[in-house]
Design a protein around this ligand. Sequence first.
Ligand code: PXL
Length: 281
Amino acid sequence: MPSTPPLAYVIAGSEATGGAGIQADLKTFQQLGTYGVGTLTCIVSFDPENDWGHRFVPVEPQVIADQFGAATATHDLDVVKIGMLGTPATIDVVARSLASRPWRHVVLDPVLICKGQEPGAALDTDTALRAQVLPLATVVTPNLFEAKTLAGMDSVETVDDLVEAARRIHGRLGTTEGAGDGTRYVAAKGGVELPGPDAVDVLYDGEHVTVLRTPKVGEERVSGAGCTFAAAITAELAKGTDVPTAVRTAKDVVTQGIRARVAAHTPFDTVWQGAYAPQGA
Ligand code: PXL
């Protein structure tokens, strides 16, 4: 008998070492008991000869559209994560594809700058992301830098600043159309970037602020944490969980994945999604 696992879809870039990008997304989907489907937007290859800088190659817009067509014709997909897009042309085709059908949830990880891209090109990309994709998101998961940029703030240095950034970003999200009950959420990640003993994230739904804290695991950033967080939210939503519960589970997945992080020859370690087990299980 064929089975019908929950389906989780991701539109994101490849990060060739396996630590971040669609590789991290699909591992997270699998670990959380969902069937992963992926559309590739770009290929990032870190350069071991050049301080692990990012070499970035976009996928042709038509090829992105073709992948989207294949994925959506094959499966009834209604929850999608958007990861790295990288160019205005990619943002355009992804935004048009997303708008062509209804979604229960669009989880946007607003990956803004990739080391090695021209600053001018990155600015165009930020503007296009804000204008074309942000309004389609039901959940957006900026890190500190992305929160500051999307909110148009000069600095984000405290939990209060992060809450203010989340409020401002919420104002840029779309209104009721599409999403389950119409509520939109900003899950802004302080991670290790905010001072203090805890990794603090802020969830804002347009009305209520929830502050989530777990003790920091070291002070170093771990590659793939942001990708894993948004992918875990996506998988939990695909299984039918509500957003606040999905965000709590995602924080737990990332915390456990960082505790069990994978050592590598890069200057940073990477998240091990395979370590996650639901608490109490
Ligand atoms: O972690 C952000 C990220 C997302 N997607 C791709 C990446 C990276 C960072 O390197 O390469 C493809």
